[in-house]
Design a protein around this ligand. Structure first.
Ligand code: MN
Ligand code: MN
Length: 454
């Protein structure tokens, strides 16, 4: 009997060379997206521009939309929803691909600038689950926006171009590390000590805080801001290096923010390239996932549901019926099996690089706590579609049962009575300043989204 046994396949063993080539080409665009979209502000700006160029129009409440219409909605410039109305009408339900565009990073505090030992620093408050020591000594860039009280927005990006200065958090020399090296990792590094060095040259004319004054003068000259403007800024320190190919075979990508932009890019581009859809296709790029999705731009907020509900009502459809008939891919990364830490993985249920996006029936921790779970019947329909269209995928869990866990936006979609399953690119060194992912997996997620948006 054929196919009696199941064996996970590697893309390099089964894909034709032209398809492997397509994966490489697709990832060139992906790397450009990563380099620009360092925070959710820039990711959503990028997506809105691309959508507008493809005929998507700003959503209007109360307007009746019909088959073929393409609209987008942005919440506070950080989360966006893109909708392509399907031939079957809104009541047939939505096919929703949800990815997040925020990443673990160091946010600049509201009163950040200070001087110590004649050096000037910006004080930070980390965002999301970072491993603190990984952020020391690496080149950082500053990016984000300052909103001044006169109503203007000033974009700040320093440190990404070759000629730009960069910033860093210093670390202790090993020669003086006797005390710190005897501490456990969680005690040796504390969040309050993550201070970004931004200047050392004092201003001779200042009475006190000479280096801080000199730094503020430079920022004022370049951006027109004063120290008080930090109160209304959203600035982050993120890794400065651009996305690079990883490995002599160039099969992988090493870059900041692949959780979750390695899923956001395939989901978004799949929708953008659709000429026609039978079921209404939705791509939401959400913010705040790394801190639990709370907040107005997170998927616990009603921004997407309000938009879709309004579309239904304006078209004379029942939104409850539409949501109940919808399906969603919670497109978020998974942990890739790492041989260096084999003890935390259960190999046969771990995602391996180059075996396609990982489908997680549930996330959560311990006894499946804190997560939704996709129904097997729903999954059977989805996987049949993937199989028929040559989409590679693998079924996976994050790690060993009692080892830890994590969550995604899936549970917030199921809260709205939308059938949801997690699918995403397997990542090595997740949440590190530079995360690694394989090109074929990113490309296969794109193929999966192409099939999903039918
Ligand atoms: Mn994620
Ligand atoms: Mn994450």
């Amino acid at each position: 009997m054929d196919n009696l046994m199941y064996e996970k396949k590697n893309a390099y063993e089964v894909l034709a060379s032209d398809e492997l080539e397509k994966a490489k080409v697709f990832c060139e665009g992906y790397k450009q997206f990563l380099d620009y979209a360092r925070t959710e502000l820039y990711a959503s700006e990028y997506a809105q521009k691309e959508a507008a160029a493809r005929g998507y129009e700003p959503f209007e409440f109360g307007k009746k939309y019909s088959a073929g219409d393409k609209v987008y909605f942005t919440r506070s410039g950080k989360a966006c929803v893109f909708v392509h109305v399907g031939e079957e009408g809104l009541e047939a339900g939505f096919n929703i691909a949800a990815a997040h565009i925020d990443c673990p990073r160091l946010d600049i505090k509201c009163n950040p600038l200070y001087e110590d030992g004649s050096l000037a620093y910006l004080d930070t408050h980390y965002y999301g689950g970072i491993v603190k020591y990984q952020w020391l000594t690496i080149p950082l860039m500053l990016c984000g926006a300052v909103y001044t009280r006169d109503g203007s927005k000033i974009d700040v990006r320093i440190g990404e171009d070759e000629g730009d200065p960069v910033f860093c958090i210093t670390d202790l020399l090993p020669h003086l590390g006797k005390d710190i090296q005897s501490k456990t990792v969680d005690r040796a590094f504390n969040g309050e000590a993550l201070n970004v060095l931004i200047g050392s040259a004092p201003d001779g004319e200042a009475d006190k805080d000479k280096t801080k004054t000199a730094v503020m003068k430079i920022l004022h000259t370049k951006y027109g801001i004063t120290e008080r403007d930090f109160q209304t800024a959203e600035l982050s320190a993120v890794p400065a290096q651009k996305a690079r190919d990883l490995g002599v075979d160039r099969s992988m990508i090493l870059a900041f923010g692949q959780d979750d932009r390695s899923c956001a890019y395939p989901a978004f581009t799949a929708l953008m390239d659709k000429k026609k859809v039978s079921k209404t296709a939705v791509c939401v790029l959400a913010d705040r996932e790394e801190v639990g999705s709370m907040g107005i731009t997170g998927l616990r907020s009603s921004f997407m549901y309000d938009m879709l509900t309004d579309m239904c009502l304006s078209a004379g459809c029942n939104p409850r019926k539409a949501f109940g008939s919808s399906s969603a891919l919670s497109a978020d990364v998974s942990a890739a099996y790492d041989p260096a830490f084999a003890e935390v993985y259960e190999l046969k249920n771990s995602a391996k690089l180059n075996c396609g996006p990982a489908i997680c029936k549930f996330t959560g921790a311990r006894g499946k706590s804190g997560s939704s779970e996709a129904g097997a019947e729903f999954m059977a329909r989805l996987l049949a579609d993937f199989d028929q269209n040559g989409v590679m995928y693998q079924l996976a869990e994050l790690g060993k049962v009692d080892q830890g866990g994590g969550g995604t936006v899936a549970q917030f979609l199921t809260d709205r009575n939308i059938e949801t399953v997690d699918i995403g690119v397997p990542i090595l060194s997740m949440h590190a300043p530079y995360e690694a992912a394989s090109k074929t997996d990113i490309y296969m997620l794109r193929r999966a989204c192409d099939v999903f948006f039918a």
